[in-house]
Design a protein around this ligand. Structure first.
Ligand SMILES: [Zn+2]
Length: 572
């Protein structure tokens, strides 16, 4: 056969291929071969998903999807029995802190990290020092230290850190974000000595028998340290952004919330955005203290629209503190008194009612979404009053309001949430982390009603759930497990009648969280036209033993059709 004939035959083959009907717009990718959980009640599970141009082109049976969307260039991805879900949406957290902690050693207590005791913490910091080739004299920072779990009350102290790290200032941040343990070099750097007086509202633990600072420095005593810690600069904004956003991608999250944004932080995020650094979407909520300053530089007309994966989403107001810190504001006293031993202590609101009313009205008049932090039931009462004040009976337009934490919601407050379409974003991780503290401070009945997801859902609401990162780790499977099981660190079940189903727990981290951002048409479920943001898990949370949901691993995270994280086989 001569070469000309070969050519002719080749053309014939090519013609045949061309003649085969090609889809109008062939998909870039088709996923199949595993459980595909859509979080769309009308079509809960499908065999295949097609992605074109970063969006979902089709979902359905594999045969249908391939018939209509498989082209010559389409990549066929076999899930190999793994589970594909819509990517998680962060309902509340502090994204900006990820830019710092990406360059710190993680010492969370188990199961979130290695900080089960002092040797475990020192080992984790040493591994970090070696892995990051930290030079002599350079500061080492760690985060997530929880003294409550240290065995036999043997707490981390300055001597431990001095012995292990004689050549570097070391600061081990407390899990509350309100304090740290430091070694001698770090204490000296921030001017702490035996002569340092403990400021009002502060804590400086002293070495027994001496006046030397020995361990934890907390609250007001820690503030100068906090404000003096190295922050990412405009020059390294892009690098810090990528490192921080990878922490989210590793957890299967493609929308991160910056849940209390200051003006300088916003400027840095905008710089990183301009440099094209965003891997995932970030939504910032200017904090009440910086609202007018931020508005002056960022007119409200530009809010609410993504620019290169970043947008300003609304305003953040805080109206009380935390129940474990006894700074949440209640209608009834703490059973254990106040943080300073006060009797009949109910906590305190951040601001009086009249001031809160005016702030709510300001946000309502701006016509932007509102996030409001409230933990105690008295703070929640104040928020409901301020909401009514701001709207003054106006029902001509909806107002997107989400209450953050709302942990000690009373059952009789639920109807006002339903009527006003106020969405609670709960914090079920407290059933694991703080059950003992809440039970002693607030009594068993209130502790059991903590973050009442079941009642909220049964009342017709779509509550979300959050980690408050980095107060708790970003681990989405652990949070899901806590909402489904409500098992405490001690092993008891905290409020069994407030447990929710795995499907509801997933919704609170996907479609309901998307609704919270007003993005239910864009993300949160697998439906044609939505962005192709997926997470691939090694097991299906809907079919495993609910007590093992926390052990499910995030294998891959996909942002608008592009894989942004793949788990390495050796990862823990
Ligand atoms: Zn928060």
């Amino acid at each position: 056969m001569n070469s000309r004939l070969w050519l002719l035959l080749g053309s014939a083959v090519a013609l045949t291929a061309c003649a085969r009907p090609q889809p109008a717009s062939p998909a870039d990718t088709i996923y199949f071969g595993g459980d595909i959980v859509t979080i769309n009640d009308d079509q809960p599970s499908v065999e295949a998903v097609a992605v074109t141009g970063g969006k979902i082109a089709a979902v359905g049976t594999r045969a249908d999807v391939e018939k209509l969307h498989k082209g010559r260039s389409t990549a066929l991805i076999d899930l190999g029995g793994k589970t594909l879900l819509p990517a998680f949406v962060d309902a509340h957290g502090h994204y900006f802190s990820s830019l710092s902690v990406a360059n710190q050693a993680k010492v969370y207590a188990p199961p979130a990290g290695p900080g089960k005791d002092v040797p475990g913490i020192l080992e984790a910091i040493e591994q970090f020092r070696v892995a990051h080739q930290v030079a002599k004299g350079e500061m080492i920072q760690a985060y997530g230290y929880d003294e409550n779990v240290m065995p036999d009350g043997r707490l981390l102290n300055r001597d431990d850190l001095d012995k292990a790290f004689p050549d570097n200032p070391v600061i081990v941040g407390h899990v509350s974000m309100h304090g740290a343990v430091m070694n001698s070099a770090a204490l000296a750097k921030f001017g702490f000595s035996a002569n340092t007086k403990t400021p009002p509202g502060g804590i400086i633990i002293r070495k027994p028998g001496t006046n030397e600072p020995y361990g934890l420095i907390m609250e007001t005593a820690y503030l100068p340290v906090f404000s003096g810690l190295p922050k990412p600069t405009l020059q390294d904004a892009a690098a810090a952004t990528k490192a921080g956003q990878m922490l989210y991608a590793e957890s299967g999250i493609t929308l991160a919330q910056e849940g209390a944004t200051h003006a300088d932080e916003l400027a840095l995020m905008q710089r990183a955005t301009a440099e094209g650094a965003n891997i995932i979407d970030v939504v910032a909520f200017p904090f009440m203290t910086d609202l007018e300053k931020i508005l002056a530089a960022n007119p409200v007309s530009g809010w609410g629209t993504y620019d290169r994966h970043f947008k300003i989403g609304g305003v953040k107001i805080t109206q009380d503190g935390s129940p474990q810190g006894k700074t949440a504001f209640f209608t009834t006293p703490y059973l254990t008194g106040g943080p300073g031993g006060e009797k009949n202590w109910r906590g305190e609101p951040t601001m009086p009612q009249a001031e809160l009313d005016q702030l709510f009205k300001r946000v309502y008049d701006l016509n932007v979404p509102l996030l409001v932090h409230d933990n105690g039931d008295a703070a929640i009462d104040m928020v409901l009053k301020a909401y009514a004040f701001a709207r003054a009976g106006d029902t001509t337009r909806p107002w997107n309001v989400t209450t953050i934490h709302t942990q000690f919601l009373r059952k009789d407050q639920i109807p006002a949430f339903v009527k006003n379409r106020i969405r609670p974003s709960f914090y079920t991780l407290h059933t694991f982390y703080f059950a003992t503290a809440h039970t002693s401070n607030r009594g068993a009945a209130q502790a059991a009603y903590l973050s009442p997801m079941r009642d909220a859902i049964d009342a017709g609401m779509h509550p979300t759930n959050h980690t408050d990162f980095y107060v708790a780790p970003l681990d989405q499977m652990f949070m899901m497990w806590s909402a489904v099981n409500r098992v405490s660190r001690e092993g008891g079940v905290v409020g069994p009648d407030q447990r929710i189903t795995p499907l509801e727990a997933i919704k609170s981290q996907t479609i309901w969280a998307a609704e919270q951002y007003g993005e239910q048409d864009r993300r949160g479920s697998l439906e044609p036209g939505k962005i192709a943001d997926f997470v691939i898990l090694d097991q299906n949370p809907l079919t495993v033993d609910p007590l093992t949901i926390k052990d499910i691993k995030v294998l891959e995270t996909i942002k608008e059709g592009t894989t942004v994280y793949t788990r390495t086989p050796s990862a823990p």
